[in-house]
Ligand binder design. Sequence first.
Ligand SMILES: NC(=O)c1ccc[n+]([C@@H]2O[C@H](COP(=O)([O-])OP(=O)(O)OC[C@H]3O[C@@H](n4cnc5c(N)ncnc54)[C@H](OP(=O)(O)O)[C@@H]3O)[C@@H](O)[C@H]2O)c1
Length: 349
Amino acid sequence: MVDEVRVAVIGASGYTGGELLRILATHSKVEVAYATSRPHAGKKVWEVQPHLRGLLDVVLEDVDVEKIAERAECAFLATPHTVSMTIAPDLIERGLRVIDLSADFRLKSVKVYERCYKVKHSCPRLLEEAVYGLPELHRREIAGARLVANPGCYPTGAILAIAPLLSYGLIEPNTIYVDAKSGTSGAGATPTSFTHHPECGSNVRPYNVFAHRHVPEIEQELSALCGKEVSVAFSPHLVPIVRGILTSVYANAEPGVSEQDIYRAYLDLYEVEPFVRILEPGELPNLSAVVGSNFCDIGFVYDREKRVVAAFSAIDNLTKGASGQAVQNMNIMYGLGETEGLLFPGLWP
Ligand SMILES: NC(=O)c1ccc[n+]([C@@H]2O[C@H](COP(=O)([O-])OP(=O)(O)OC[C@H]3O[C@@H](n4cnc5c(N)ncnc54)[C@H](OP(=O)(O)O)[C@@H]3O)[C@@H](O)[C@H]2O)c1
């Protein structure tokens, strides 16, 4: 256990960078020793992230690996994929521990990564070492990791909802249909026509159906969990909210499964988890109860006659789906209390 962790946030001007700093600014065991933005270098961080005014005075700087290594022991990479894989190796070489929020180190297979992201991986040697940072499944490995690949936002919601059903053998693994609805902050701070308010503010639309980049990540983790190939049909939607992902999962139950079997599986896997809240059978989660928090709320409905399970998870994509989970991972890596700096409720209503 350490008294204080000196951290660097690379990508402090972005949405996940801003969310990291929102959490780290009041974390009693953290000093933010370095924060980067290339175009905003020289400004106080709150000039770019207005919610931090009066809470954090750090000055934004360019990315300088030597300086980061002098001042920090842990680096969060809140940077786009392809950028993280150019920075992470240099930091690790200089003795830092790295938590990467991008997709660069999440997939174990370089082939799958290159097919999915349509770029060459510049550092495949770190793929094997990287630990997938979902504490509910990999807490022990995270504790000893030099490089944590923080999960994607959709995979966090989907894997947490599906894992108990699969690991207790309650559903047929090849009948999993996932429909997820995300707010616009999931696309990051750079405006695009897809997230432009007039085009999405009163709109709901599916996109990348069955072809989203998060599918291999979901399948990798679920397959590892149940020891056989799992395939998932995944259909994401953009909805006119800023934060939050509501994930709906449908699957065929194995013969003989009861509602209590399903409820017990969720409780067994998550009873001790500080950030997963299991609702009573038939009770359904609300996004507003988790937005702004690191919680994942899960509920389910079971039709025994039709043998269909519907499971629902709600997370904040920027918190449990990104930066809150990254801080949870840091707490585990440094032997701090896992909930340190993270036990704040959602913004209901
Ligand atoms: N948004 C979400 O809900 C979410 C959820 C889970 C995971 N993620 C992942 O987290 C990462 C960050 O996402 P975001 O939504 O925060 O993106 P964002 O708002 O677009 O921010 C990206 C950040 O990366 C920095 N950056 C870009 N290119 C860089 C480079 N070549 N060198 C150094 N810094 C660079 C930018 O800083 P400058 O000021 O220097 O340009 C900016 O601060 C992405 O990989 C994303 O896939 C996002």
